[in-house]
Design a protein around this ligand. Structure first.
Ligand code: AN0
Ligand code: CP
Length: 321
């Protein structure tokens, strides 16, 4: 595997899930694969889980790891071509990328959507430059439009906790005080639709329609309570306006409707659903304390599975180096 961005990059999902379970049984069994190989993780944005779980996964595979926080100690990077660099940015991505590639074997990139220019974000401009100019296999650690390591971990978690062959999984928008990217819900929808046995329903206020390239074939239900009825999994997430129905609203907060916050009343209409969130989560906005602390909340094992999803991805990349 040379890139990991979309669900198709992983090939057969049943096979990938079996591999995840195999690695979970013995996370050091492929330790020989990463000997004398170096992973470079590049962060343009903050992270707790991705940083730790990706480093752990790489170490499980015997790799060396270098982490670069671009905004903390590196030269400020210009990402657009054709500009006169007389501002605060000292170096261009087009030199920085091949230099970074020369020090490593695999690159992970975290580069969130700017939420200002939809075309720039949805073209995955930064990620594509890494793929083109680094000469290395590249995987997304949440980029402008996708977060596949999260979605794969979510799928592994659902497989582990499901009590029916074809569980009903509800992706629900929830309110938030800051404009957030669409990467997590985009990938979640894409992966759930590709999964062999998941009944996905998406619910959000009008105007928050996700890009159809990720949601083609999904059921959309604008009545949140109706969507949640008989759910086996409730996956809460905020996202800003994807600009699908109204391009000028791209990246904006369209609603602060607190009736969408997941509380006991929401969970009560489900089939005793498991509560999921990718974290970090703001309590009181996305979910109430009692729901996230309840025995049905699986946010911690979900986060723990990030080590597993990343192990499968790095293993696949190391195998073809
Ligand atoms: C980010 C987001 O919503 O994309 C990262 C989630 C994994 N969340 C925040 O910035 C709070
Ligand atoms: N879920 C997730 O990617 O968390 P971080 O932003 O902390 O890495």
């Amino acid at each position: 595997m040379r890139t990991f961005i979309n669900v198709e990059d992983l090939g057969d999902l049943r096979q990938a899930l079996a591999e995840a379970q195999e690695i979970k049984q013995d996370r050091y069994r492929y330790q020989h694969l990463g000997r004398n190989k170096t992973l470079l993780m590049i962060f343009f944005n903050n992270s707790l889980r991705t940083r730790l779980s990706t480093q752990k996964a790489a170490q499980n595979l015997g790799m060396n790891v270098i982490v670069l926080d671009v905004n903390a100690g590196a030269w400020k990077l210009e990402t657009e071509r054709g500009v006169i660099m007389d501002g605060d940015k000292s170096e261009h991505l087009l030199e920085a990328i091949p230099v970074m590639g020369s020090y490593c074997d695999i690159i992970g990139v975290r580069s969130f959507a700017g939420l200002k220019d939809r075309d720039y974000d949805y073209a995955e401009t930064v990620l594509q430059q890494f793929i083109r100019y680094s000469g290395r296999p590249v995987f997304a650690m949440e980029t402008a439009t996708v977060h596949p390591l999260q979605a794969f971990a979510d799928l592994i978690t659902i497989e582990e906790y499901k009590q029916r062959e074809r569980p009903k999984v509800v992706l629900t928008w929830a309110p938030h005080c800051r404009a957030l990217p669409q990467a997590v819900p985009n990938s979640f929808a894409q992966w759930m639709l590709a999964a062999p046995d998941v009944d996905l329903v998406i619910t959000h206020p009008r105007g928050y329609e996700l890009d159809p390239q990720f949601t083609q074939g999904a059921r959309i239900e604008y009545d949140q309570m109706r969507a949640l009825e008989d759910a086996d999994f409730v996956y809460a997430k905020n996202w800003s306006c994807p600009g699908v129905t109204c391009p000028e609203d791209y990246g904006k907060i369209l609603s602060d409707d607190r009736s969408w916050t997941i509380d006991q009343a929401h969970m009560a209409v489900t089939r005793d659903a498991c509560f999921m969130h990718c974290l970090p989560v703001r309590r009181g906005l996305i979910v109430t304390d009692d729901v996230i602390e309840s025995p049905r909340s699986i946010v911690i094992p979900e986060a723990a599975n990030r080590e597993i999803s990343c192990s499968v991805v790095l293993k696949r990349m190391l195998e073809v180096l």
